[in-house]
Design a protein around this ligand. Structure first.
Ligand code: FES
Ligand SMILES: [Fe+2]
Length: 354
């Protein structure tokens, strides 16, 4: 852990030494970082040393190189629609409060008291004008300012509430309601960082004429696995027919043409630039927007075709038609997580992931 507190260059040099040093746990041997991944396009060879997924020093290095220098998704503005609404959660291992202040502005406050570091907000969600730390009762407004200090007169003249507001990440940007933070003050703008992933966010947002809202309720799951395995699995269509054979059997049973399923297998993982990726495949038949299929029933045909018509008017037919290779509404699968899990999620990084 000491390494992360050191200056940038020095900490990485030390990490490299650890990774190389046979004495450090003895598991890395003399492997240098650059030997851990073989990416030889000319010979069609791509291999990753599995210590990349298991070695704690690699995880520390990623903490420093990746998560300290990325834009990280913190939540959606629709999760805190009214002044005072908040959601407490972990983002890249740090406790934060996504909150809409009384001034209407959405902020991401670090959920750690500026007195002795206790967790200030212990409720997962709610509406509050202020947050009171349960340890010594310092109170912070929903905009982060320190507004209450019991026994404040006992402090010296140097004590200044203005120095002790709840901290924020140095950067916050929002794209179409998706709020991202970064702990790197010099990071590129969010739109530039998103690269090709921006178009897919647009695709999700544009499909609704009523705007977008995160549906309340949460399904949480966790796993004792390296965070990269989750990312990698999210763009791995290869495992689907085997691991999810029951699902494909079900689709066949309900009448989906096996030929369609076969075409679906022609899906692909696609790089969107800047480390982002998506998996695309032909839908197995119909989507609730833009793509009526018989199993939706005749009664809904006119409604779905009307929606499709309006989408064509707003965005042009090319964005609505089936045309493999281009992002389109017809390709959206109903659980959007299937398409976006590959992006840095709210809490991909945790101590359990080592
Ligand atoms: S740690 Fe929060 S008031 Fe003391
Ligand atoms: Fe899967």
């Amino acid at each position: 852990m000491d390494c992360v507190r050191l200056a940038h260059g020095r900490s990485e040099a030390r990490m490299l030494n650890w990774v190389k040093a046979p004495k450090e746990g003895g598991t890395m041997g003399n492997l240098a970082l650059e030997d851990l991944v073989i990416d030889n396009t000319a010979d069609g060879l791509f291999r990753v040393n599995r210590r990349v997924f298991t070695h704690p020093h690699i995880l520390e290095l990623e903490h420093h190189r990746v998560f300290e220098h990325s834009w990280i998704y913190a939540g959606h503005e629709s999760e805190v629609p009214q002044p005072g609404d908040f959601r407490a959660r972990k983002v890249a291992g740090r406790p934060v409060i996504l909150v809409r202040g009384s001034d209407g502005q959405v902020r991401v406050l670090l959920n750690t008291c500026t007195h002795r570091g206790s967790l200030v907000c212990r409720q997962p969600s709610g509406t509050a004008n202020s947050f009171q730390c349960p340890y010594h009762a310092w109170t912070f407004s929903n905009q982060g300012e320190l507004i209450g200090v019991p026994g404040e007169e006992a402090y010296s003249a140097a004590f200044d509430r203005r120095d002790l507001a709840l901290a924020t990440a140095p950067r916050l940007e929002s794209y179409r309601g998706f709020v991202f933070i970064s702990f790197d003050p010099d990071i590129e703008g969010l739109v530039e960082y998103l690269a090709g992933a921006r178009e897919y966010l647009d695709l999700v947002c544009d499909q609704s004429e009523a705007g977008m809202e995160i549906v309340s309720g949460t399904q949480l799951y966790s796993m004792r696995a390296n965070w990269k395995l989750l990312v990698e699995n999210s763009i791995d269509g290869y495992h689907a027919p085997v691991t999810h054979q029951r699902y494909f059997g079900f689709l066949t049973e309900v009448g989906i043409d096996p030929g369609v399923l076969q075409r679906r297998r022609l899906g692909r993982g696609k790089s969107l630039g800047n480390g982002h990726a998506v998996i695309e495949f032909q839908p197995v038949g119909g989507r609730p927007i833009a793509d009526w299929a018989p199993w939706f029933g005749e009664a809904r045909k006119a409604e779905l075709e009307a929606i499709r018509q309006r989408l064509e008017e707003r965005f042009g037919s090319a964005r609505v038609q089936h045309d493999p290779g281009e992002p389109q509404f017809a390709h959206l699968s109903q659980p959007h997580r299937e398409r976006y899990r590959g992006h840095h999620g709210a809490d991909l990084l945790s101590r359990d992931c080592g």
